[in-house]
Design a protein around this ligand. Structure first.
Ligand code: ATP
Length: 336
């Protein structure tokens, strides 16, 4: 192995820079040259690349975003794009490509692997935590921390006014950020994609729960976490409905892209550092079409296809605790 490339693709995630740094430092350690394609798959098609040396990744792990830029590239789904990308990779005499991104980026990696002979390794970089084969993805810990901080702040004002609040978080297909932040901040309710798919919450059931919680606790606030796209019109529409139709003063708060910024959490920096090095070492072991993952503190590799075809379920015990012990919907016969 003499020369490898790296790129970041799809939604940026805190810790991508730490993963890039780890790839560059590990490659340098093993005497491998690294180039980075800028702007994800778009840069691969445009031949927009730059040589990466240890000095280029000094002091970047404390920043979110990605210094080599990310992008979405719809054209990459076409066969002609993968053929073009393969030609570009061959022209640069590359032995392997490391792709830091989410499930879409890994589908793109598989697509490319059908047209290119070099080794392809994925590194899980997405705030959504929705990749099978790793206990956590790079960026998830930071996103949960940001959502938790916001929920804590909302709680102060919600409590002062005995108000209902809806905080909308990212994760339209997976409720990990919603569940994690709700648990960490003691939210009373979660509206998550996995729960909505099983049994969509009705407004009357929600109102009943709000009254029930208020009845048990006396005065106070009720804060709910809503994953984006899980209610028609989102948090704003739901808040208006509760206020107007049910006389429940309610305020929405949309966190949006602040969930991707700021200083990456230590857990993300450390995970990214370990997985970036692991990705380079997997190349040296001759691995191909796998994602570098972390399971029970062990570096593992998982077939790329499994990362989106199989699913990590939401933690059943956390759901049980939230629904049955902390914020029960049903009356508890043990309590009088
Ligand atoms: P996140 O979920 O965190 O935003 P992601 O990697 O899932 O990250 P996507 O926008 O879904 O983000 O995918 C990133 C890029 O991967 C796409 O813009 C496209 O270039 C490529 N891609 C996605 N799906 C495919 C596919 N089926 N075939 C080829 N390329 C794909």
């Amino acid at each position: 192995i003499q020369r490898i490339a790296v790129l970041t693709s799809g939604g940026d995630a805190p810790g991508m820079n730490a993963a890039l740094r780890a790839v560059v430092l590990a490659a340098d350690h093993y005497g491998i040259e690294v180039i980075a394609f800028r702007h994800g798959y778009q840069g691969l098609l445009d031949n927009e690349y730059t040589l990466m040396q240890p000095k280029d990744v000094q002091h970047v792990l404390q920043y979110s975003g990605t210094i080599i830029k990310s992008a979405r590239c719809h054209r990459f789904k076409e066969d002609s794009a993968a053929v073009e990308a393969a030609a570009n990779l061959n022209a640069l005499a590359l032995d392997a490509l490391i792709i830091i991104g989410g499930d879409g980026s890994f589908r793109g990696a598989e697509h490319l692997a059908n047209h290119w002979q070099g080794q392809i390794i994925g590194v899980p970089g997405t705030i959504d935590n929705d990749l099978y084969g790793t206990d956590a993805t790079i960026g998830y810990a930071t996103a949960v921390t940001i959502a938790m901080d916001a929920l804590d702040k909302i709680r102060d004002t919600a409590d002062a006014m005995d108000r209902v609040f809806i905080v909308e978080v990212m994760g339209r297909h997976a409720g990990f950020i919603g569940l994690g932040s709700a648990m960490a901040a003691g939210a009373e309710r979660m509206i998550l994609p996995e729960l909505q798919k099983d049994k969509p919450l009705t407004i009357s059931a929600l109102v009943k729960h709000i009254h029930r919680v208020q009845e048990i606790r006396g005065e106070g606030s009720y804060v709910m976490v809503l994953s984006e796209h899980q209610w028609p019109g989102g948090a704003v529409a739901l808040a208006e409905q509760l206020d107007a139709e049910y006389d429940l003063p309610c305020r929405p708060c949309l966190l949006g892209h602040i969930q991707r910024g700021g200083a990456p959490a230590p857990a993300d920096r450390i995970l990214a550092s370990e997985l970036g090095v692991h990705a380079v070492e997997l190349i040296l072991q001759g691995k191909h079409r796998v994602m570098a993952g972390m399971r029970a503190n062990q570096c593992v590799d998982v077939p790329l296809r499994d990362t989106w075809e199989k699913k990590n379920p939401l933690a059943a015990n956390l759901l049980r605790i939230q629904h049955e012990i902390f914020n029960p919907v049903k009356k508890n016969p043990r309590r009088n």
